[in-house]
Design a protein around this ligand. Sequence first.
Ligand code: TXA
Ligand code: MG
Length: 322
Amino acid sequence: MTKIVKPTNEILMQAAEIIKNGGLVAFPTETVYGLGASAFNARAVAKIFEVKNRPYFDPLIVHISRFETIYDLWAKLDERALNLAKQFWPGPLTIVLPRKKSIPDIVVAGLTTVAVRMPANKIALDLITYAGVPIAAPSANLFGRLSPTTAEHVAEQLGDKIDLIIDGGKTEIGVESTVIEFNDKPVVLRLGGITLEQIEGVIGRVKILTVAEKPHSPGQLLKHYAPKVKLKIIKNGNYSIPQGLEAGLLAFREAPPGHAFKCVQILSPAGDLQEAACNLFSALHRLEKEAIDIIYAEPVPEIGLGRAIMDRLRKAEGTGGE
Ligand code: TXA
Ligand code: MG
């Protein structure tokens, strides 16, 4: 089994050595755990795709710890993108712009753009700084499965396949970063930790790409982030369970009185969307371990982080994003 270690300074130096030598390290960010390799080492990046079972057409995010590194990665800048970076980095916002040719093709799945973000997590930032290279990292889960928000989640899915897992505790945001691409116009490719309202507060109206319009970002694949158990979003307050089925409930604030669910996970008793996002994946990880046939999920209000939560639930259900 891969070692799970606490992030002492010495460990982070060792982890940085592993990255420099072409190995794979799972590390915490503020959103979910990432599976990192040197972004300039094509062979190391190939291993990421292998262990995750990730299709090679799905590009990776490159993580940086200093703002200036953007000049090594992006070939073309955009003032609105820079404004967003200044406002929300370090933080859960990933920006896609035309890339430098020096980035290995495998990182960007052959695209002419590269996705970059500076995570708001000291362990991640130190690791990148010590490694001395930007770190390419997808979420540290098997392709298409639930994203990991604890080191244990990483160990469960990738346990014996990687070099090291750094344990930074439970991630505080709990959903992945928001991904925004700049062509002529800014387009949100994936809703996440920075809300639409926050982005529009800085650069005005942006478009959200729908699944139908969207061939090239697998964050947009219809079925993604899926638990092992079938999931259905509750409609019109109908909590009835088909006969003969054992069901679990993913509740927003509380379980409905007199319910017949075998197990219930509550996202936020106070109805706080931030707390709900933070608990989303761990609640789903717990539910998928129960002996149940189906998970019913209550919808949450589609404002702020509620949009990212509903996006993940629809993808888990297999009915897509916005
Ligand atoms: O919060 C996060 O973003 C986490 C942490 C580890 O940083 N990472 C993450 O990575 O969620 P991943 O690989 O699971 O999702 C990256 C998303 C995918 O939907 C991918 O298609 C999209 O970003 N993406 C990456 N590069 C892109 C590019 N050049 N153009 C369009 N989409 C891109
Ligand atoms: Mg992922």
